[in-house]
Design a protein around this ligand. Structure first.
Ligand SMILES: Nc1ncnc2c1ncn2[C@@H]1O[C@H](COP(=O)(O)OP(=O)(O)OP(=O)(O)O)[C@@H](O)[C@H]1O
Ligand SMILES: [Mg+2]
Length: 373
């Protein structure tokens, strides 16, 4: 400050502190960058460092990426690597085709002589495997996606959700640039965050989110997170996948064909049997047994059949609690055991077709079935 005052008085050009000091750095328009940082509303930018085109260009070369702190975005843990998806799963071929094709099309859109929609909108009933299978495909393709859910699109600060989408889009683009991996932006249950309920008006956030997505579709390689455009705002084109149950509540221009490709997902009888069979295979349940389970409970979503299996556990745990002396003694048995005392043995239930069928019944039906024995 003192230096600035003397400069004004003397009218002489200010002597620089040093050639490399960031205190006197200018932004791309030649203005004081630190001042601008302060001015930008609710700025929480701690990722400044030696950003190309912004501050201290000295160490931001043209190699090793343009931002000095290249791991910053990964530390934020918005990308997924799917360690939890262990085991063998069946992915319905039609579903696989659609998602793989969408991702590949977007990565080679510059050599295709046709307009490629940036967004793939997968819609259909609840629990039919939209999110799950998409993640399986990401894993199989080695895609490291950035995943967000509609809950994040709610914020009391107007404008925040739009910025978040841009931010995540750029993070995905950095995965491509810095890690050399394919990436993809996935937004789950978008209709929950974007829908209009009844005749009520769209909220401001809603409009901004729709506007942001439409903007991305129209300019997929130029995304700003601040108020102004910068040289470094040029990004890679990143395919977007959104899922939802009902797209009819979403603003029509967003879902028109050039911007969003729509895919209605409803597994066929065959798909369901294949998927359920693969998950029950470990328990030694045969394919025709799966078929009769699926036929016994038709018109159920995929998550129902997963729940059947966990329900058999619930029931055997209740039985185990009874065996070791009921609910009253539970604390003593579980926690306050004497040293030499062992925890009563719990035998996991053997999965049989009968057990699975039974756990799909209502409690009253189950009692009836048992009485019949
Ligand atoms: N291919 C599959 N293999 C094994 N299990 C699957 C498969 N697809 C779906 N499931 C099971 O079904 C459950 C529900 O799937 P998912 O969460 O993907 O549904 P969704 O279509 O995204 O539903 P929502 O509309 O409610 O978000 C998963 O948690 C998983 O247990
Ligand atoms: Mg889902």
């Amino acid at each position: 400050m003192v230096a600035a005052a003397t400069e004004k008085e003397s009218g002489k050009p200010k002597k620089r502190l040093s050639e490399q000091s960031s205190w006197e750095a200018k932004d791309s328009e030649g203005k004081d960058y630190l001042y601008r940082l302060g001015k930008e509303a609710d700025n929480m930018n701690i990722a400044v460092g030696a950003r190309a085109g912004v501050i201290d260009d000295l160490f931001a070369g043209n190699f090793l990426g343009r931002d000095s702190d290249i791991v910053f975005d990964y530390r934020q843990k918005v990308t997924r690597s799917f360690e939890y998806l262990q085991g063998d799963y069946y992915i319905a071929p039609v579903f696989m085709d659609k998602v793989v094709c969408h991702i590949v099309k977007n990565y080679i859109s510059h050599i295709l002589n046709t307009k490629v929609p940036l967004i793939l909108g997968i819609w259909g009933g609840k629990g039919q495997g939209k999110s799950f299978q998409t993640e399986l495909i990401f894993q199989a393709m080695g895609v490291e996606p950035v995943i967000m859910s509609a809950g994040e699109l709610e914020s009391e600060r107007a404008g925040e959700p739009g910025r978040l989408i841009c931010d995540r889009y750029r993070t995905a683009s950095q995965v491509v640039q810095n890690k050399g991996k394919m990436s993809c932006l996935m937004i789950n249950d978008i209709d929950a965050g974007l829908g209009r309920f009844g005749n009520t008006q769209m909220t401001v956030n809603n409009q901004i989110v729709v506007g942001t997505l439409m903007n991305l579709c129209d300019n997929p390689t130029r995304v700003s997170v601040g108020q102004d455009w910068r040289e470094s705002d040029v990004t890679k084109r990143i395919p977007i996948i959104v899922t939802g149950n009902d797209f009819s509540t979403i603003y029509a221009p967003l879902i028109r064909d050039g911007r969003m490709e729509k895919f209605y997902w409803q597994p066929t009888h065959e798909d369901i049997i294949n998927i359920v069979h693969r998950t029950y295979e470990r328990d030694g349940i045969a394919r025709d047994e799966v078929e009769s389970i699926v036929n016994t409970f038709p018109n159920q979503a995929l998550d129902f059949y997963g729940a059947l299996r966990s329900r058999t556990y619930d029931r055997s745990i209740s039985k185990w609690i009874d065996d070791i002396g009921g609910v009253e003694n539970l604390g003593n048995k579980l926690l306050k055991r004497r040293k030499d005392e062992k925890l009563p043995v719990y035998v996991p239930p053997k999965q049989t077709m009968e057990a699975l069928l039974e756990s799909g019944l209502f409690p009253s039906q189950r009692a009836e079935a048992n009485n019949g024995d």
